[in-house]
Design a protein around this ligand. Structure first.
Ligand code: RTP
Ligand code: MG
Length: 139
């Protein structure tokens, strides 16, 4: 049994559309445990660090602009295999390909506005939790 923690974030489109409650509900009902959460404005500096792996991609500028365009809801969740299971619950990156029943499949039509972010590996989860949360903000 692998108990992991992961970083999930409702993106500005999801917050604007008032999807935070539904998204938290999905992960709670699944059986994962919320360890920390906050509504926050991502600065350009934090956005560039968070998406550093995409720095050379043509859409990097748009990505940073979008994630800083309004408040996000940042969360840390714990549970069995939570990193990969949360990604399954989010659905494929491109909402045109994400299955109905998943978050992106149910709530989005657009690749650049796909409602939620989730860490894609153990190393990414550790790095992203460290970027967004102080130790004393987690229970
Ligand atoms: P995220 O990091 O946001 O959880 O999404 P992801 O792992 O499923 O996808 P990733 O490859 O990390 O891409 C990060 C975000 O960049 C946007 N994107 N745009 N224009 C494009 O070709 C393109 N490709 C990716 C998406 O919004 C994606 O969530
Ligand atoms: Mg990613």
């Amino acid at each position: 049994m692998a108990i992991q923690t992961t970083f999930l974030m409702v993106k500005p489109d999801g917050v604007k559309r008032q999807l935070v409650g539904d998204i938290v509900d999905r992960f709670e009902r699944k059986g994962f445990e919320l360890k920390g959460a906050k509504l926050m404005q991502v600065t350009e500096e934090l956005a560039k660090k968070h998406y550093a792996e995409h720095a050379e991609r043509p859409f990097f500028g748009e990505l940073v602009e979008f994630i800083t365009s309004g408040p996000v809801f940042a969360m840390v969740w714990e549970g069995e295999n939570v990193i990969s299971v949360a990604r399954l619950m989010m659905g494929a990156t491109n909402p045109a390909e994400s299955a109905p029943g998943t978050i992106r499949g149910d709530y989005s039509t657009t690749l650049s506005h796909n409602v939620i972010h989730g860490s894609d590996s153990l190393a990414a989860a550790e790095r992203e939790i460290g970027l967004f949360f102080n130790e004393n903000e987690l229970v």
